[in-house]
Design a protein. Structure first.
Length: 202
């Protein structure tokens, strides 16, 4: 079992870094376009939310074991990522990952409490966007940017399983998942610009 406190405590968390990374969403076209596209596609997906949910209730879209894998990956991927970082740029990589995940948590839950959308199962009003999905897609984006496609593509596949598992488990609608994914791919890309600047200086 990972000692989450020690992992988090060992990272370099900086409000200045988080603010600059957040500003990059506006300053860099790639990050901005990803999030805007996610909003548009999420809006289109909204038209199919209840149709897909009704279909899912009659026949689940994925096997139970695969859904559990997606659920667990959405909760734990960041700890696995932080504990696996090592090498020449490990300090910069940890700073990139930690600050990006913290900003994601703040923004995702701010949107959840602002929109107050009820979950499909009615358990609470924190459906939009999907936190498990945002967590797993941010992990995949950070992994892609640090390690490349050989590890990044499997990470994105696991993130996709997480997103589908949230629909399967009746915790989120399609639009929740789409925007959760797009939001953090944009965040991960914005913070990657900071990471690349840091390693260029070394």
């Amino acid at each position: 079992m990972l000692n989450n406190y020690n992992i988090i405590n060992s990272q370099s968390v900086s409000s200045e870094y988080m603010i600059e990374g957040f500003e990059n969403i506006i300053n860099y076209k790639d990050s901005r376009n990803i999030i805007v596209a996610g909003l548009i596609i999420s809006g289109l997906g909204y038209n199919y939310d209840y149709y897909l949910q009704n279909k899912n209730e009659s026949k689940r879209i994925m096997p139970t074991k695969l859904a559990k894998l997606g659920d667990y990956w959405g909760l734990t991927n960041q700890f696995i990522l932080w504990s696996s970082i090592s090498g020449l740029y490990s300090a910069e990589q940890k700073r990139y990952a930690m600050n990006a995940f913290l900003v994601n948590g703040i923004v995702t839950y701010s949107i959840k409490f602002a929109t107050m959308r009820s979950r499909p199962d009615g358990s609470n009003k924190r459906s939009y966007p999907s936190g498990h999905t945002s967590n797993s897609f941010l992990g995949a984006t950070v992994i892609q940017n640090i390690y490349g496609a050989d590890i990044g593509i499997p990470a994105y596949l696991l993130a996709s399983i997480t997103g589908l598992s949230r629909i399967n488990d009746n915790k989120h609608y399609l639009s929740d998942v789409i925007f959760g994914a797009a939001l953090v791919i944009g965040f991960g890309t914005a913070f990657n610009h900071l990471y690349e600047k840091e390693i260029i200086k070394i």
